[in-house]
Design a protein around this ligand. Structure first.
Ligand code: SF4
Length: 189
C-alpha cells in the first residue's frame, strides 16, 4: 500500500526534524525495516561454542529460540578469533538447520542400489564387527624371522580437519591400542 507523501515526509525535513542530520538512522528507515528485529535480538538464550569446521577453533555464539538454533555468530570473547568467523564458519547455522541434513544412519547393502535408513545403534554394531574382523584378518604376530610385530595391516585411520585435538587424541589411542600403524590426518597430508 502506498503511504501518502506530505511535506513532512520529505527526506531532508525528516533528517532535520529527527536529529538524524547525516541521514543514517531513523530519517531513512522505512516502516518495514522498523518492524524487523534481528534473530540475535529475539533469541531467548545464547550459548558459547566452537566452530566445528576446522582446527582453528574459532569461538561462536549460538542464538537459541524455543529450543531451536536460529543464528550463529562469532564470539568476541574468544581469544582465538575475537569475534571473527570465515565464510564457512559464518554459515554454520545452515549446517544445523539445512533441510538436506542427514539425521539417520544410511546403509547400502551389497548389491543394493538404494540407501536405506537404519538405527544408529545397528550401524555402530556393524562398524564394530567389521573393525574387529578386519583387524583379525590383517593381524601380523611376527615377521618371517620370528621377530615380534604384533600389529595389524587390516585397519587404518584417516581423520579430517573437522576433528579437534581431543578427538584426534582418542582416535590415535584407539587405533594404536588396536595395533594399527597407519594413522593419519588430512591436516598433515
Ligand atoms: S570460522 Fe572458519 S577458520 Fe574459524 S574454525 Fe570455522 S572454518 Fe575454521
Amino acid at each position: 500500500m502506498d503511504v501518502k507523501k506530505t511535506f513532512l515526509s520529505w527526506p531532508v525535513v525528516r533528517q532535520a526534524t529527527s536529529g538524524d542530520f547525516l541521514g543514517r538512522g531513523p530519517a531513512v528507515t522505512s516502516a518495514r525495516t522498523r518492524g524487523l528485529a534481528p534473530r540475535t535480538a529475539t533469541a531467548d538464550k545464547v550459548v558459547q561454542s566452537v566452530c566445528p569446521y576446522c582446527a582453528v577453533g574459532c569461538g561462536q555464539r549460538v542464538f537459541v529460540k524455543d529450543g531451536q538454533v536460529v543464528q550463529i555468530e562469532g564470539d568476541p570473547d574468544s581469544p582465538v578469533s575475537r569475534g571473527r568467523l570465515c565464510p564457512k564458519g559464518s554459515a554454520s547455522e545452515q549446517l544445523v538447520n539445512s533441510p538436506g541434513r542427514q539425521r539417520k544412519a544410511l546403509y547400502r547393502r551389497p548389491g543394493g542400489t538404494e540407501w536405506e535408513p537404519i538405527e544408529l545403534e545397528t550401524a555402530m554394531e556393524m562398524i564394530a564387527d567389521r573393525f574387529l574382523e578386519s583387524r583379525r584378518r590383517g593381524w601380523q604376530d611376527t615377521d618371517e624371522n620370528g621377530r615380534p610385530l604384533r600389529r595389524t595391516m587390516g585397519i587404518a585411520a584417516l581423520g579430517g580437519a573437522t576433528l579437534d585435538n581431543e578427538e584426534n587424541y582418542l582416535i590415535k589411542k584407539l587405533f594404536t591400542a588396536a595395533g594399527a600403524i597407519q594413522i593419519e590426518n588430512q591436516a598433515r597430508i
